[in-house]
Design a binder for this molecule. Structure first.
Ligand SMILES: *[C@@H]1O[C@H](CO)[C@@H](O)[C@H](O)[C@H]1NC(C)=O
Ligand SMILES: *[C@@H]1O[C@H](CO)[C@@H](O)[C@H](O)[C@H]1NC(C)=O
Ligand SMILES: *[C@@H]1O[C@H](CO)[C@@H](O)[C@H](O)[C@H]1NC(C)=O
Ligand SMILES: [Zn+2]
Length: 539
């Protein structure tokens, strides 16, 4: 079924006027929901307190995000307590993926670019974001609707549509273009003082669906309540899925967001069957609410622990973001910040290397040719940088172990990195520990081989055991791989259990038993980042 949607530009606090108008429209139009794609609020004034005390009637589910202004303090207070602001009003998040009860997938990147912030922004309500935030949203893979406060760079290339008289193009940004080119949304909304609708444009087909050219419509909606007669309220129908076989609309152009270096393209078909929305609620009673509880596992990017687009992610642990992967310290680390302080390591050094793409295995990263390879190469680069760091800082007293569980029905693959005393590695005790535990659990036997990207492999567990350089030998890596199939219930704790036993850290087997306060985590991350700085190739 199609959704009927009404989109509004900057409202700047004219709430009473807007919702009165929408009430009138709603009677005839019966929209599924409204989207405010710019600033909903202006100042923290009386109107806001009326809204918060339910004195303003919101006639239909209305979603909003962060625009170019900060949200009012009183609104932030409600949001940070996870309370509803008022009936029918829903916050989409500044950097987030949301699926409405109609199954419409909305990705938001609110606020302006702030180059001074490193990594991803940690302030969910301030009107600023980073290039890292935009990259993190790639994990969403696709979108029905993309909302960005800024315009994408180059969007008017190849277009015949002039701007209305006396208006100039607002500032535009390349990271927004990249996000649009990656997600290939059906609609991309932004805001401006005027109304602008570009001709639809199509993205290049992907190799696995050469006949399909996904279409995007870019529309920038004017400020509400202005005297300029520019369109500030835009209504449209969104069919539940695009008709991929329909001829391209007249005037359609090729994508102006042409793949430059670094721009990526995705498969046009939604690769996430598990996040399909399944609601039986056709009464409309709950329309517009986010149905968090109705997602079926495994989680989609919106609530995945490893997707940067998950708004609940512990972003303070993130240490570096590359083009295809990122680095974070572990929550509940196996090794503590003091374990190897005698060697000059004053941080836990248990780190995770995670692809930006939400994919159960590296081989299943569903993008155009070359992306799996790039992802694997960059993850390897992070691994090697960490190995170097740990060896240099410990005077080659520490090597490292990195392991991965690659399972086609997993959630979001990642590598776990841990420092390891070099004598245990040289004596063969690390290898033996993995083999013995596998044998004890009646798992298949480890083979000495590295499946690389893992194309044409089934499920496997692999571990790289890295010996640091010494006076008479260079550093070297041994990779052990244990292949298994669906008949085996492979323990997700396997790697951690082996290393905990080996290091006498049995009490720390469960990461939940090792939880730290956010303060402790932040302190550890700072120390980790300071140590990693010299090895960080992403800066
Ligand atoms: C829109 O209205 C606001 C105040 O109502 C005004 O400051 C602004 O200049 C107007 N913009 C245009 C393009 O007319
Ligand atoms: C380094 O830490 C590990 C545990 O994480 C421990 O087994 C080892 O003895 C420590 N080495 C030194 C020299 O402190
Ligand atoms: C092997 O498993 C048994 C229980 O099944 C356990 O008692 C024993 O300690 C394990 N051995 C090793 C080396 O982990
Ligand atoms: Zn994920």
């Amino acid at each position: 079924m199609a959704s009927k949607i009404v989109v509004i530009g900057d409202v700047n606090g004219q709430l009473q006027s807007l919702f009165t108008k929408l009430s009138g429209l709603q009677k005839k139009q019966n929209f599924n929901f409204a989207l405010v794609v710019g600033n909903l609020f202006a100042d923290d004034d009386e109107t806001v307190s009326e809204l918060l005390s339910n004195k303003i009637t919101i006639p239909l589910p209305t979603y909003f995000t962060v625009g170019s202004r900060a949200l009012p303090e009183t609104v932030i207070e409600r949001l940070s307590k996870d309370e509803d602001i008022c009936e029918n009003l829903h916050f989409l998040g500044k950097r987030a993926t949301t699926k409405t009860s109609e199954g419409v997938k909305i990705v938001t990147l609110g606020g302006q670019l702030d180059d001074a912030i490193l990594g991803v922004s940690k302030e969910p309500y301030l009107p600023f974001h980073t290039v890292g935030d935009a990259k993190s949203l790639r994990g969403a893979n696709s979108a029905d609707i993309l909302i960005t406060t800024s315009w994408p760079a180059l969007i008017r290339e190849g277009s015949q549509k002039a701007l209305p008289d006396s208006f100039t193009e607002p500032p535009s940004h390349e990271h927004v273009s990249e996000l649009c080119a990656t997600l290939r949304p059906r609609y991309h909304f932004s805001t401006s003082e005027f109304f602008y609708e570009r001709e639809p444009f199509f993205h290049a087909p992907s190799p696995d669906a050469p006949e399909i050219r996904p279409l995007t419509r870019f529309i920038s909606v004017a400020t509400y309540g202005n005297q300029t007669k520019q369109k500030a309220v835009y209504a449209f129908n969104l069919p539940s899925s695009p008709d991929l076989t329909a001829p391209l609309p007249v005037g359609t152009t090729a994508s102006p967001l042409a793949p430059q270096s670094g721009l990526k393209k995705r498969k046009s078909l939604d690769p996430e069957p598990y996040s399909r929305f399944s609601s039986n609620d056709h009464s409309g009673r709950n329309r517009g609410k986010r149905h968090r509880t109705e997602y079926k596992p495994p989680p989609g990017p919106g609530e995945c622990f490893f997707c940067l687009s998950n708004p609940n992610l512990a972003t303070h642990l993130i240490s570096a973001i590359g083009d295809d992967a990122y680095l974070t310290t572990a929550k509940g680390p196996l090794t503590t910040s003091t374990a190897n302080s005698s060697l000059g390591i004053n941080y836990p050094a248990h780190a995770l290397i995670i692809p930006l793409t939400h994919s159960p295995t590296i081989a299943m990263v569903t993008e155009e040719d070359g992306t799996k390879e790039k992802t694997f190469a960059e993850m390897t680069r992070f691994k090697e940088a960490l190995q170097d760091m740990i060896a240099k800082q410990s005077g080659n007293k520490l090597g490292a172990v990195t392991y991965e569980i690659s399972k086609s029905n997993g959630v979001h693959t990642h590598w776990q990195f841990l420092p390891m005393p070099e004598n245990l590695i040289r004596q063969g005790l690390v290898e033996a520990a993995f083999r013995v535990e596998a044998e004890n659990l009646s798992y298949p036997t480890f083979e000495t081989r590295d499946p690389g990207i893992g194309a044409d492999e089934g499920d496997f567990f692999r571990v790289w055991i890295w010996t640091p350089p010494s006076e008479d030998a260079e550093a070297n890596t041994k990779c052990l791989t244990l292949s298994f199939d669906y008949t085996l219930r492979f323990s997700l704790q396997f790697g951690r259990v082996v290393l905990a036993k080996l290091l006498g850290l049995e009490k720390r087997i469960q990461w939940r038993d090792c939880s730290q306060t956010e303060e402790e985590e932040k302190k550890d991350v700072e120390a980790f980042k300071a140590a990693f700085k010299e090895f960080d190739f992403t800066q």
